[in-house]
Design a protein around this ligand. Structure first.
Ligand code: F6P
Length: 326
């Protein structure tokens, strides 16, 4: 029998496809193990505004296929202050919640880490972000769906690029990480990817473009990760237009299209495995850990490790992209 009687669950930061599948799995697994579950709305904000509701099996019926998050999400400034966190702690006590499962990205885990330390409160985190930028897990909930969306969008844009002999710069999300851009480029057969992890000299970009066209390609697609380092698709396109006025350059920014939609099978399975694992972790008295997946095995990653370390990109993939796009 678990020492936890009631767990709280929340989603925070940017929504990601598969968050609902995770909410469903956490709720059902907690109930299966004899615990009560309370859904906290709008992330940490719901703890301050008291938007909390008891969840039963039926609250999470018919949501595994839905994008976004039924618990809604928000970025909460009050939770960044000691007073705000104290107030949140008092609400948890009032509600009889004795452990938390938080689903989100870097900001969510950072908030969880501080709160857990300050109040000695058990928290387990699930990595929910399309950016895939959390250290200690091969993939995050939502990443695979976003990657598939990017691939489909690029496939469509390629029709126009080919028909008009154009050079397209397509900007994808990822915050400070290039996972979506690099993997999206390989999946969609793009000519190149500009990512923040690898700074490209101006000349290298020029060489890449010239090579592409010299090799009798009439159109090209370059995926650009949003970031100050890459300058974004607009910035890159401006530079290229000046130097190569002969090219018919276009920019497409995929934006929030990448965040929505029904989760892929892979994201649903990942979210369900991680949701069940979160409750198992609490039953094993694990606390202040993120559930990760490494080599298809569930692992527990201390918050400090998941947040502090930069997740490295797979540099072999850059070579793969180069070789496969000649
Ligand atoms: O972290 C997910 C993400 O979609 C990033 O890729 C992007 O930089 C950011 O969120 C956008 O945030 P918002 O929806 O608040 O504009």
């Amino acid at each position: 029998m678990s020492r936890f009687k009631c767990i709280g669950i929340l989603t925070s930061g940017g929504d990601a496809p598969g968050m609902n599948a995770a909410i469903r799995a956490v709720t059902r697994s907690a109930i299966y193990n004899g615990m009560r579950v309370k859904g906290i709305y709008r992330g940490y904000k719901g703890l301050i505004t008291r938007e909390i509701e008891e969840f039963f099996n039926q609250n999470v019926s018919n949501i595994i296929q839905r994008g976004g998050t039924i618990l809604k999400t928000a970025r909460c400034l009050e939770f960044k202050t000691p007073e705000g966190r104290k107030f949140a702690y008092e609400r948890l006590q009032e509600e009889g919640i004795d452990a938390l499962v938080t689903i989100g990205g870097d900001g969510t885990l950072t908030g969880a880490r501080i709160f857990a330390q300050e109040f000695n409160f058990p928290i387990v985190g699930l990595p929910g972000t399309i950016d895939n930028d959390l250290y200690g897990t091969d993939t995050t909930i939502g990443y695979d769906t976003a990657l598939n969306t990017i691939m489909e969008c690029v496939d469509r844009i390629r029709d126009t690029a080919t028909s008009h002999d154009r050079l397209f710069f397509i900007e994808v999300m990822g915050r400070d990480a290039g996972f979506l851009a690099l993997n999206g480029a390989v999946a969609a057969g793009a000519e190149a990817a500009l990512i923040p992890e690898i700074s490209l000299e101006k000349d290298q970009l020029a060489e890449m473009i010239e090579n592409g066209f010299r090799k009798s390609k009439n159109s090209s697609i370059v995926l650009v990760a949003e970031s100050e380092v890459t300058g974004g698709a607009m910035g890159v396109a401006e530079r290229v237009k000046k130097e190569y006025p002969q090219f018919d350059v276009r920019v497409s920014i995929l934006g929030h299209l990448q965040r929505g939609g029904s989760p892929t099978a892979q994201d649903r399975i990942l979210a369900t495995r991680m949701g069940v694992a979160a409750i198992e972790a609490l039953l094993e008295d694990q606390r202040n850990v993120m559930i990760g997946l490494q080599n298809n095995q569930i692992v527990y990653v201390p918050f400090s490790k998941a947040i502090k370390n930069d997740k490295p990109i797979n540099r072999d993939l850059l070579n793969t992209l180069q070789v496969s796009s000649i």
